[in-house]
Design a protein around this ligand. Sequence first.
Ligand code: NIG
Ligand code: FE
Length: 394
Amino acid sequence: MTTVLIDDIALLVTHDEERPEVREAALLVEDGVVAWWGEAASAPSADTRIDAAGGCVIPGFVDSHSHVVFAGDRADEFEARMAGRSYEAGGIRRTVRLTREASDEQLLATATRLVAEARAQGTTTMEIKSGYGLTVADELRSVRLAATLTTEVTFLGAHVVPEGDRDEYLDLVTGEMLDASAPHCRWIDVFCEAGAFTVDESRRILEAGIAKGLGARVHAGQLGLSDGVRLAVELGAASVDHCTFLSDGDVEALAGSDTVATLLPGVEFSTRQPWPDARRLLDAGATVALASDCNPGSSFTTSMPLMVAFAVRDMGMTPAEALWASTAGGAAALRRDDIGHLRVGARADLAILDAPSYVHLAYRPGVPLVRRVLSSERRDTPGLQQMQEYGKLV
Ligand code: NIG
Ligand code: FE
């Protein structure tokens, strides 16, 4: 058994129902799992000590929505949007062209760099979608590459219809492409929006994935009101993502379900759309998550602290709500209960901030406040369950 004690924590965020925050705290990890926390004065001894140096300790961010397997960038589209152009789903096809031309090594190098970038900013779990291949071979390699970086892999063959016949593509995405990709995935997703897939098409695609044993997630309500939100709830999707445009009925349906409303404010920043209304969802009783949506078109950032800052500044969330949404909320959107919190029994995935409180994540936007990131994600070594810092055992 290996024990690690993290002490001199000014503020520890546990997300425990009775004691969600502890001041002047310490936290004990045994074989990669949280075994104890409480006041530093009563901390047990351990094999190793990590000094949080008066910083705040938070659960690692759970980024439940990203598209980091791609090639090229679309900075020109961003520049045009800042000058008044609007976002168009069709831009996805530009990235598809470049992604198909790239080698496996190039795609993996970019995705690995982006995952490392996210990790340095406190993300300890990252969902990764395919969706820039859109042929059987290109989607298969995207999910395979993603599976080398995360266990939370999503098949998004239904990102847009590529050039060619629509009906044939629908047959492919619910048939051969799904069959090839599903063994490497936990989830299926569809972009249910004008310019991408209709509600009926989305239903067919999601049902095909569910029949293959995949969990459902949906992109909906990004560019306008859509019945995609209600479809997600009806099919028991783990999450419906974007939710920028929601009717009162959508909000009510979400609140009465266990489908998480995942908000992606990097998109609103990068497309000049209205911010999603987190307050409305929270007041109605819906579960809200925050995620980066890292992709080259609508949100080219891996920064979860930035999502927290947007949510607090412009979406009506308190700092505590935004922190919960970006950690426990992301875990709920991935239907995980071992991450996103630091209660006893949690996987010891956490970030030590260079700040006395998580409020600083929004109060000091754009500042690299994440000092250390520790994760106990099980690696290749069988039986190894110990905290690591950038691949080094602690
Ligand atoms: O979540 N909305 C669909 N997919 C991405 C954007 C992809 C792109 O523009 O390349 C999103 O915003
Ligand atoms: Fe997305």
